[in-house]
Structure formats: C-alpha cells, structure tokens
Write a protein that binds this ligand. Structure first.
Ligand SMILES: CCCO[C@@H]1O[C@H](CO)[C@@H](O[C@@H]2O[C@H](CO)[C@H](O)[C@H](OCc3cn(Cc4ccccc4)nn3)[C@H]2O)[C@H](O)[C@H]1NC(C)=O
Length: 135
C-alpha cells in the first residue's frame, strides 16, 4: 500500500508563525504533497508539486479540502523544483491566505475556510523529510 509520510497532529500554529519543512525530493520523484489544516479531511492547503502525475508535468497544484471534499484547484505558473533537490519551505498563514516560502519563490493560496490555526501537518509522496521546525 502507499507508505504513509510524516504526519504531525495536535499542533497549535497561529497566524504569522511558520512551519519549516526541510527535506530532499527523490531523484525519481513523480510528485509530493504538503498538507496543512485541521486534520486530513479539512485542509487549509494541499501544496502538491507534480513532476509527472495525474497528467500534469512540472506543475504545482494547490487546493483546499472541506469535510473530505476537494475545492477548486489552483495551478501555479512557476515550478522551482528539480529531482533530487534539497529544499526548505516555510509555511505560514493569516486570515486571508496561506504562504509557502522557498528560497527562490513564494506561493500564495486563499484561506478559503477562514482557519484561525493549523493543527495538522502531513508530508506525502516522493519527498524525504530531514527536519521540521515550528517558530
Ligand atoms: C480532468 C478531469 C479530472 O481532473 C483531475 O481530477 C483528479 C482527481 O480529483 C485530480 O487529482 C487530485 O487532485 C487533488 C487536488 O485537487 C489531490 O492532489 C488528489 O491527490 C490526493 C492524494 C494525495 N496522495 C498522497 C500522495 C501525494 C503526492 C504524491 C504521492 C502520494 N494520494 N492522493 C489528486 O488525486 C486532478 O488534479 C484533476 N486534474 C485536472 C487537470 O483538473
């Protein structure tokens, strides 16, 4: 079965705080995802870089999930990832939007559910987590 990635629950991340995820993209990565929100069924942000999956090539797909139902997808123009990259991303949010900050790029996604805290983090797919930091 699909091996489960890192999951962190019982978090209490507030607006302006940052979740840092450091890791390595596998050399044969098809895609990976970073999910933040309340739990696996209620996501503020599903940040899903796709190298080659679901028919997408080198495309970041972002979405929200409310009570298990996906929202409208938001496909980003930039794709600042390469196979084998070691990356550090910093995820933060406010009442308006979530931000994924990378060294050379920044992505915004609306806080559609008006979430006031992040309690859940999951990293899935072809990404090897090396460290996480909450600040
Ligand atoms: C063209 C008509 C069909 O539309 C397609 O419908 C698919 C099913 O809803 C869309 O794919 C889903 O998009 C979601 C975001 O909107 C999620 O990315 C769905 O994947 C969830 C998921 C995570 N994981 C774990 C994982 C994550 C990354 C890599 C490996 C495993 N397994 N399944 C993914 O299956 C896919 O993005 C969508 N494509 C388009 C162009 O709209």
């Amino acid at each position: 079965s699909m091996e489960q990635g890192l999951v962190v629950t019982q978090l209490d991340i507030e607006p302006g705080e940052c979740i840092k995820v450091k890791g390595k993209i596998k050399s044969d990565a098809k895609g990976f995802a970073v999910n933040v929100g309340k739990d696996s069924n209620t996501l503020m942000l599903h940040f899903n870089p796709r190298f080659d999956c679901h028919g997408d090539i080198n495309t970041i797909v972002c979405n929200s999930k409310e009570d298990g139902t996906w929202g409208e997808e938001d496909r980003k123009a930039d794709f600042p990832f390469q196979h084998g990259d070691k990356i550090e991303m910093c995820i933060s949010f406010d009442q308006t939007e979530a931000t994924v900050k990378l060294p050379e790029a920044e992505f915004k996604f609306p806080n559609r559910l008006g979430m006031e805290k992040i309690q859940y983090l999951a990293v899935e797919g072809d990404f090897k987590v090396k460290a996480i930091k909450f600040s």
